[in-house]
Design a protein around this ligand. Structure first.
Ligand code: C2E
Ligand code: MG
Ligand code: MG
Ligand code: MG
Length: 291
């Protein structure tokens, strides 16, 4: 915060940084409308299976197509949504659109899992399992196709409540993934009790692992840890073929990153998919490839 004393000794805050400033209130109101008016948009980034070199799934990442500010990244409005109770309708919007897209791929014969991020207060929503069940049913997508990415800090916010929500989601057959793994403060003992199927090593460890030996060691140890716990391990932030080769050598299961492609809007992602299908990079229902 930028605090300054004015002539009469009162502290005045810089308008732009104050949480209750007109700017923030405006943005909050706008976000509410953006959700109702479908001004949000999903971009898609593929996940590649290291052993088969095939696309196994897609992560949906939200952006806000703002009339004045342009295409806003999630880090600019998810924290606001988290603080203002808008995270529930936002999560619902994202799940609905991601599953709709997954259903379209399904109709095209594409076997692609869809990953959706659920942030802390989204996870604390006890209605989430029922909401997800309803959306899966209405889009006719099998629960096994859906991956929910959660963070360690979200789980630690309220362990009991998180465990309750996660247990019912997992019971439905939905896969749970721990995102940004290694950046939180959760205990490994606790994590091993969670019904999760995969961990995603945070990109801050992966991105520079060919230059930074301590990060390389962390990545190595995390892959072994995940495998010893029976989990699938994903490396995110793979920006080069050198890093791809390193991760492959360490036995990482799945990779994701700019080396393959940045997250793309639906039309561009479709093009990317077609190219991948033509080069045999993708699983189809045609029977040529199996999961
Ligand atoms: P995340 O879930 O860890 O997503 C990965 C982020 O890393 C994405 O940023 C992606 O564009 C970026 N990334 C992927 N590959 C590379 C790479 O090779 N190099 C680098 N430097 N970056 C890479 P993005 O799309 O800006 O999303 C940021 C965060 O916002 C996400 O991190 C996630 O925590 C959150 N988020 C995104 N969409 C949603 C959503 O629908 N709901 C919620 N609750 N959070 C979301
Ligand atoms: Mg994620
Ligand atoms: Mg991440
Ligand atoms: Mg994140």
């Amino acid at each position: 915060y930028v605090a300054k004393k004015n002539h009469s000794g009162f502290v005045v805050y810089s308008q732009k940084l104050d949480q209750h400033s007109p700017h923030r209130l405006t943005l909050m109101g706008e976000l509410r409308q953006a959700i109702d008016r479908d001004e949000l948009v999903l971009h898609y980034q593929p996940k590649i299976n290291v052993k088969t070199a095939m696309v196994s799934g897609v992560e949906a990442l939200v952006r806000w197509n703002h009339g004045v500010h342009g295409l806003m990244p999630p880090d600019d409005f998810i924290p606001l949504a988290e603080r203002t109770g808008l995270i529930k309708p936002l999560t619902l919007w994202v799940l609905n659109h991601a599953l709709q897209q997954c259903a379209v791929w399904q109709e095209q014969g594409l076997k692609l899992d869809i990953s959706v991020n659920v942030s802390a207060n989204g996870l604390m929503d006890l209605d989430l399992p029922d909401t997800v069940a309803g959306l899966l049913a209405s889009h006719e997508v099998a629960p096994e196709r859906l991956v929910l990415e959660i963070t360690e800090s979200a789980i630690m916010l309220d362990k009991d409540r998180a465990m309750q929500v996660l247990t019912s989601l997992a019971g439905m057959g939905i896969r749970l993934s721990i995102d940004d793994f290694g950046t939180g403060y959760s205990s490994l003992a606790y994590l091993s009790k969670m019904p999760v199927k995969e961990i995603k090593i945070d990109k801050s460890f992966v991105m520079d692992m060919e230059k930074n030996s301590s990060n390389a060691m962390i990545v190595h140890a995390t892959i072994d840890l995940g495998h010893n716990l029976g989990l699938e391990v994903i490396g995110e932030g793979v920006e080069s073929k050198e890093i791809m080769a390193k991760l492959k050598g360490l036995g990482c299961d799945v990779v994701q990153g700019f080396h393959f492609t940045k997250p793309l809007a639906e039309a561009q992602f479709s093009e990317w998919l077609s190219k991948s299908i033509n080069s045999g990079l993708i699983k189809t229902d045609g029977g040529q490839t199996t999961k």
